[in-house]
Design a protein around this ligand. Structure first.
Ligand SMILES: [Zn+2]
Length: 163
Protein backbone atom coordinates (compact mmCIF):
# COMPACT_ATOMS: atom_id res chain seq x y z
CA UNK A 1 0.00 0.00 0.00
CA UNK A 2 1.26 3.44 -0.92
CA UNK A 3 2.35 5.41 2.10
CA UNK A 4 2.63 2.41 4.37
CA UNK A 5 5.36 3.26 6.87
CA UNK A 6 8.22 0.83 7.32
CA UNK A 7 7.99 0.94 11.09
CA UNK A 8 11.02 0.10 13.19
CA UNK A 9 11.26 0.09 16.98
CA UNK A 10 14.65 1.40 18.06
CA UNK A 11 16.21 1.89 21.47
CA UNK A 12 14.71 4.65 23.62
CA UNK A 13 16.87 7.75 23.98
CA UNK A 14 18.11 8.26 27.56
CA UNK A 15 17.34 11.99 27.19
CA UNK A 16 13.57 11.64 27.45
CA UNK A 17 12.02 13.38 30.44
CA UNK A 18 9.00 12.38 32.50
CA UNK A 19 7.10 15.18 30.75
CA UNK A 20 8.08 13.75 27.34
CA UNK A 21 6.71 10.35 28.31
CA UNK A 22 3.46 11.84 29.62
CA UNK A 23 3.08 13.84 26.40
CA UNK A 24 3.74 10.71 24.35
CA UNK A 25 0.81 9.02 26.10
CA UNK A 26 -1.38 11.92 24.90
CA UNK A 27 0.07 11.61 21.39
CA UNK A 28 -0.73 7.89 21.40
CA UNK A 29 -4.31 8.71 22.42
CA UNK A 30 -4.51 11.10 19.43
CA UNK A 31 -3.17 8.34 17.18
CA UNK A 32 -5.84 5.94 18.42
CA UNK A 33 -8.53 8.54 17.69
CA UNK A 34 -7.36 8.68 14.07
CA UNK A 35 -8.45 5.07 13.63
CA UNK A 36 -12.08 6.17 13.76
CA UNK A 37 -11.59 8.20 10.57
CA UNK A 38 -9.64 5.60 8.54
CA UNK A 39 -6.55 7.77 8.87
CA UNK A 40 -3.11 6.32 9.56
CA UNK A 41 -2.79 6.30 13.37
CA UNK A 42 -0.15 8.92 14.08
CA UNK A 43 -0.62 11.47 16.86
CA UNK A 44 1.26 14.54 18.04
CA UNK A 45 1.33 16.97 20.94
CA UNK A 46 3.14 20.30 21.38
CA UNK A 47 4.31 21.29 24.86
CA UNK A 48 4.68 25.00 25.47
CA UNK A 49 7.62 26.68 27.21
CA UNK A 50 5.98 26.06 30.60
CA UNK A 51 5.31 22.40 29.79
CA UNK A 52 1.57 22.80 29.22
CA UNK A 53 -0.04 21.20 26.17
CA UNK A 54 -0.59 23.96 23.59
CA UNK A 55 -1.32 21.81 20.55
CA UNK A 56 -2.65 18.38 19.67
CA UNK A 57 -3.07 16.70 16.35
CA UNK A 58 -3.64 13.46 14.54
CA UNK A 59 -3.58 12.48 10.91
CA UNK A 60 -6.61 14.01 9.18
CA UNK A 61 -5.61 13.40 5.57
CA UNK A 62 -8.60 11.18 4.91
CA UNK A 63 -10.95 12.91 7.33
CA UNK A 64 -10.65 16.35 5.71
CA UNK A 65 -9.02 15.40 2.38
CA UNK A 66 -5.88 17.43 3.10
CA UNK A 67 -2.51 16.21 1.76
CA UNK A 68 -0.76 18.28 4.44
CA UNK A 69 -3.00 16.98 7.22
CA UNK A 70 -0.30 15.18 9.14
CA UNK A 71 -0.46 15.00 12.94
CA UNK A 72 2.61 17.23 13.36
CA UNK A 73 1.33 20.00 11.09
CA UNK A 74 -2.07 20.00 12.81
CA UNK A 75 -0.44 20.17 16.26
CA UNK A 76 2.07 22.89 15.24
CA UNK A 77 -0.71 25.05 13.77
CA UNK A 78 -2.76 24.69 16.92
CA UNK A 79 0.23 25.55 19.10
CA UNK A 80 1.08 28.64 17.04
CA UNK A 81 -2.54 29.79 17.24
CA UNK A 82 -2.62 29.22 21.00
CA UNK A 83 0.64 31.10 21.59
CA UNK A 84 -0.08 33.78 19.00
CA UNK A 85 3.27 33.39 17.26
CA UNK A 86 4.71 31.26 14.47
CA UNK A 87 8.07 30.83 16.23
CA UNK A 88 7.65 28.00 18.66
CA UNK A 89 10.67 28.86 20.81
CA UNK A 90 10.80 26.84 23.99
CA UNK A 91 8.32 24.24 22.69
CA UNK A 92 8.64 20.49 22.32
CA UNK A 93 6.94 18.52 19.54
CA UNK A 94 6.10 14.98 20.61
CA UNK A 95 4.95 12.59 17.87
CA UNK A 96 4.39 8.85 17.72
CA UNK A 97 6.25 8.30 14.42
CA UNK A 98 9.42 9.78 12.92
CA UNK A 99 8.37 12.89 10.96
CA UNK A 100 8.33 12.85 7.15
CA UNK A 101 10.05 15.43 4.92
CA UNK A 102 7.15 17.87 5.15
CA UNK A 103 6.83 17.63 8.91
CA UNK A 104 10.57 17.77 9.54
CA UNK A 105 10.52 20.90 7.38
CA UNK A 106 7.67 22.29 9.46
CA UNK A 107 9.70 21.68 12.65
CA UNK A 108 12.50 23.79 11.17
CA UNK A 109 10.12 26.49 9.94
CA UNK A 110 8.53 26.73 13.39
CA UNK A 111 12.00 26.77 15.03
CA UNK A 112 10.91 24.02 17.41
CA UNK A 113 13.97 23.46 19.62
CA UNK A 114 13.11 19.92 20.68
CA UNK A 115 11.61 16.95 18.84
CA UNK A 116 10.57 13.75 20.59
CA UNK A 117 9.29 10.79 18.57
CA UNK A 118 8.41 7.13 18.95
CA UNK A 119 8.98 4.62 16.16
CA UNK A 120 11.27 5.08 13.17
CA UNK A 121 9.82 5.14 9.67
CA UNK A 122 12.53 3.65 7.52
CA UNK A 123 10.56 4.28 4.33
CA UNK A 124 9.62 7.95 4.67
CA UNK A 125 11.28 9.21 7.85
CA UNK A 126 13.24 12.46 7.53
CA UNK A 127 14.80 12.62 10.99
CA UNK A 128 17.50 10.01 10.56
CA UNK A 129 16.01 7.20 8.44
CA UNK A 130 15.63 8.08 4.74
CA UNK A 131 16.72 11.69 5.22
CA UNK A 132 18.07 13.64 8.16
CA UNK A 133 16.60 17.08 7.63
CA UNK A 134 16.71 18.02 11.31
CA UNK A 135 20.47 17.50 11.52
CA UNK A 136 21.36 18.82 8.08
CA UNK A 137 24.35 21.14 8.40
CA UNK A 138 22.84 23.44 5.78
CA UNK A 139 19.70 23.99 7.85
CA UNK A 140 19.35 27.29 9.69
CA UNK A 141 17.90 25.54 12.69
CA UNK A 142 18.80 22.22 14.27
CA UNK A 143 16.54 20.86 17.02
CA UNK A 144 17.50 18.38 19.66
CA UNK A 145 16.08 14.97 18.71
CA UNK A 146 14.93 12.39 21.27
CA UNK A 147 13.90 9.13 19.57
CA UNK A 148 12.41 5.79 20.51
CA UNK A 149 9.94 6.91 23.18
CA UNK A 150 7.03 4.45 23.57
CA UNK A 151 8.05 3.18 20.15
CA UNK A 152 6.59 -0.29 20.66
CA UNK A 153 3.11 1.11 21.35
CA UNK A 154 3.29 3.47 18.36
CA UNK A 155 4.49 0.67 16.09
CA UNK A 156 1.82 -1.74 17.28
CA UNK A 157 -0.93 0.78 16.44
CA UNK A 158 0.46 1.19 12.92
CA UNK A 159 0.98 -2.51 12.34
CA UNK A 160 -2.57 -3.23 13.48
CA UNK A 161 -3.89 -0.54 11.12
CA UNK A 162 -2.06 -1.87 8.07
CA UNK A 163 -2.68 -5.55 8.81
ZN1 LIG B 1 4.47 14.22 7.98
Amino acid sequence: MDGTPDVVVGPASPYATTADRAAMDLALAEARAALATADVPVGAVVLGPDGAVVGRGRNVREAVADPTGHAEVVALRQAAAALGRWRLDGCTLVVTLEPCLMCAGAVLQARVPRLVFGAWDEKAGACGSQWDVVRDRRALHRPEVVAGIAAAEAAELLRTFFR
